[in-house]
Design a protein around this ligand. Structure first.
Ligand code: UTP
Length: 288
């Protein structure tokens, strides 16, 4: 069955970016000129996704407005003769069919995904976290749907992380069945370095069979009272095979300030209109 729907949870508080996220959404922070959420939607579209299901919360109106038609803006741009920009703006709202579901309280990523149960229904679906931006030309979600199409099982995106960083991730282990593709057997949320089964970390791209919803319904809140997605994946692995695929490309964790800054620099260095002057400027700054 084709993966047609993607769930994009955006209801978190983004506390690592306070005060910037006090009244606006972390997912609307821009890398050069596109907000993080735009890159996440492109990742979905490039994988053939037709419907985007946002899990939103208080203070996230800007995301709905971004993917809607802005009549006033289009009128203003047309009046100024900027037809190309009008077309560019219209393309954003035409990217997919957008659905919005509220998560009344941010009770964790697992809780956010569970909110999509009725809209997803009985079919496989993707989950995309806008924090993780992948730069390499090939969509991370597409890399996973290719594995899903071969095995018809849930697939999580993986990255080999520095062993000192395992305590920041859901860590897995398993048997490599083809280059970069693993049949997984262990799932541990944020383990200590000594207790980690490997350095393979789950990153923000997933494909799930609908059985994940039953597991999420049974998952009890863990640390900080949040329902963890990794706990539900771990219990799903007891009844269905789960695969992991190392995502090719350079991933930036834009959920923290340093990762976001690194991504900003690299995306600017790849921007045709900025790169030459920006590189020159960076060289000057670093020399000091
Ligand atoms: P994070 O763990 O990065 O949380 O969530 P956060 O609130 O966004 O950021 P910090 O940690 O406070 O700085 C990962 C993703 O899951 C979503 C977030 O919006 C983010 O895209 N999420 C998290 C929800 O939608 N609901 C939740 O209850 C928690």
């Amino acid at each position: 069955m084709k993966v047609r729907k993607a769930v994009l949870p955006v209801a978190g508080f983004g506390t690592r970016f306070l005060p910037a996220t006090k009244s606006s959404s972390k997912e609307m922070l821009p890398l050069v000129d596109k907000p993080l959420i735009h890159y996440a939607v492109e990742d979905a579209i490039d994988a053939g996704i037709e419907q985007i299901i946002f899990i939103t919360g208080r203070g996230k109106r800007a995301i709905e407005d971004y993917f809607d038609i802005s009549f006033e803006l289009e009128f203003h741009l047309k009046f100024q003769g900027k037809d190309e920009l009008v077309e560019q703006m219209r393309k954003i709202s035409d990217m997919a069919d957008f659905v919005y579901i509220r998560q009344k309280e941010p009770k964790g990523l697992g809780h956010a995904v569970l909110r999509a149960k009725d809209v997803v229904g009985d079919e496989p679906f993707a989950v995309i976290l806008a924090d993780d931006v992948i730069q390499n030309g090939k969509s991370g979600t597409k890399q996973l749907t290719e594995v899903f199409d071969r095995y018809n099982c849930s697939v999580v995106g993986l990255e080999e992380v520095n062993p000192d960083d395992v305590s920041s991730y859901g860590i897995v282990s398993g048997v490599e069945i083809e280059s970069g593709v693993f049949k997984l057997d262990k799932f541990v949320e944020k383990p200590k370095k000594e207790e980690a089964p490997s350095n393979l970390a789950i990153i923000g791209r997933y494909i799930f069979t609908p059985s994940i919803f039953e597991e999420l319904e049974k998952t009890k809140p863990g640390a900080k009272g949040e329902i963890q997605l990794t706990d539900a994946i771990s219990s799903l692995s007891k009844r269905e095979v789960i695969y992991g695929k190392i995502i090719e490309g350079k991933r930036f964790d834009c959920g923290n300030k340093l990762g976001f800054l690194k991504a900003t620099v690299e995306f600017a260095l790849h921007d045709e209109n900025l790169k030459d002057e920006f590189e020159k400027y960076l060289k000057e700054v670093v020399k000091c």
